[in-house]
Design a protein around this ligand. Structure first.
Ligand SMILES: [Zn+2]
Length: 436
């Protein structure tokens, strides 16, 4: 892998502090790491030079919770109550999804994510080897978990497939893929099963990705079954002790539970748009941040969002918490940007990602500022969060490698992906209808 110089950037936003913006600056990459930020010595000899005039250079965005292959179910069922949506629409069609569907659905998702500035995503689904392949083709970094349901005929299979996924993919592909174990949720994985998963995670030295406290119904069900609330139940069985845990949603929390999550540095994936669309509730993010919790942003699956656009998610997060608390000072623009970058990386267990610093992995995006909606520039950060769109993302670099330039994906034929994903969807619907 070679060296790359990004020069003449209108601004570099290293995400090391709200006032730390470098104007008319350069950045150098050597191999997969950032070497210089700001001033690059004259003796640095790059193989490639990118002129970033008119652009802001910033860390790539981190999508902390996704079910990427569900792109095939985008707009398949909307505006329904959660359980009706799941039981009558999503689960019946998901039962017919096969390995090829997951591959092409994931390719479509990866293309969409890169085109909206995402360089790392956390995913929970099945056929995860195919998701890894899709991520590799596009060139995006991935953190993958095979979703596990702790009862019924597939409980053992999920464990076996998770082990296989770890063996095949964890820290492979030049470190571009990491694997976690993915017990779906406390209401689908009984404590005995979770204890097995915890032990396995420790043996395999991987983290755990779980849905937690997403809906009121979940809290009620756990209370009825175990006499306590979801986060407390997880704390009691020791889930958060001594391992990386990524908890999606965390909407319905008591004060005590917020402290548990903050004290254990549990990575929290906040999914404001999915929570709004499914009317799950509003996660207490401002309070969690006050307590020092590690909160990143996620889109959740594309059938409950219905896109994988973190630029929109940042804006939604900032706006949602203002109106919900009736306080416009809550979740300021820089905090939203932190959640989409460095905090998200921390939530997934990366300590050398999400900021532009020497020695950090070179996952970087260039945003084109030469657009009517990004003038004037009283405040670059406010412009990025409140005015910029996915279409302003111009160039994407992952692991020191340019994977999109001038909005063109370099390693995948976007048109082919769209056509194949569309064809797979039609076949899927036909298969589901004939097997009914
Ligand atoms: Zn989810």
């Amino acid at each position: 892998m070679g060296s790359l110089l990004i020069k003449n950037a209108t601004a570099i936003l290293p995400m090391t502090g709200p006032d730390q913006i470098l104007y008319n600056a350069d950045l150098a990459i050597e191999g997969k790491e950032i070497k210089y930020v700001g001033n690059v010595p004259a003796e640095f000899q790059p193989d490639t030079v990118i002129d970033a005039r008119g652009k802001v250079v910033m860390p790539g965005l981190v999508n902390c919770h996704n079910h990427a292959a569900m792109t095939l179910l985008r707009s398949y069922a909307d505006d329904l109550p959660l359980m009706e949506w799941l039981q009558k629409k999503i689960w019946p069609i998901e039962a017919h999804l096969n390995s090829e569907d997951v591959y092409w659905g994931s390719l479509l998702a990866c293309a969409e994510m890169v085109k909206s500035g995402t360089t790392l995503f956390a995913d929970m689904y099945f056929e995860m080897g195919r998701v890894a392949e899709a991520a590799q083709v596009v060139g995006i970094r991935a953190n993958l978990a095979r979703g596990m349901i702790g009862f019924g005929p597939n409980a053992e299979r999920a464990i076996n497939e998770s082990v296989e996924l770890v063996e095949c993919w964890h820290c492979k592909a030049d470190g571009m893929v990491k694997v976690m174990l993915g017990p779906h949720a406390p209401y689908t994985c009984p404590p005995e099963y979770l204890e097995r998963v915890m032990k396995l995670a420790d043996d395999l030295k991987v983290g755990i990705h779980i849905h937690l406290a997403e809906t009121k119904a979940e809290v009620e069900e756990i209370k009825e079954k175990y006499g306590t609330t979801p986060v407390k139940l997880m704390d009691q069985i020791g889930l958060f002790k001594g391992r990386q845990v990524l908890a999606a949603h965390c909407v319905h929390l008591t004060d005590e539970e917020m402290e548990i999550l903050a004290n254990h540095k549990v990575g929290i994936a906040h999914n404001p748009e999915s929570n709004m669309k499914l009317a799950s509730g509003v996660a207490p993010v401002p309070r969690l941040l006050e307590l020092g919790a590690v909160v990143g942003l996620g889109t959740d699956g594309p059938s409950s969002n219905n896109n994988l656009d973190l630029m929109q998610e940042m804006r939604s997060a900032a706006l949602l918490h203002k109106v919900f608390t009736m306080n416009p000072t809550v979740l300021p623009a820089y905090t939203a940007l932190e959640m989409a970058t460095v905090k998200g990386a921390q939530a997934l267990g990366y300590d050398n990602l999400g900021q532009l610093q020497p020695g950090y992995l070179a996952d970087i995006i260039l945003i084109d500022l030469e657009k009517p909606h990004l003038y004037p520039r009283h405040d670059l950060i406010a412009n990025l969060v409140y005015s910029a769109t996915a279409a302003d993302v111009d160039t994407v670099i992952v692991n020191g490698r340019v994977i999109m330039t001038e909005r063109k994906l370099l390693f995948v034929d976007e048109k082919e992906v769209i056509e194949r994903a569309e064809a797979r969807t039609k076949e899927l619907l036909a298969r589901a209808a004939s097997e009914k």
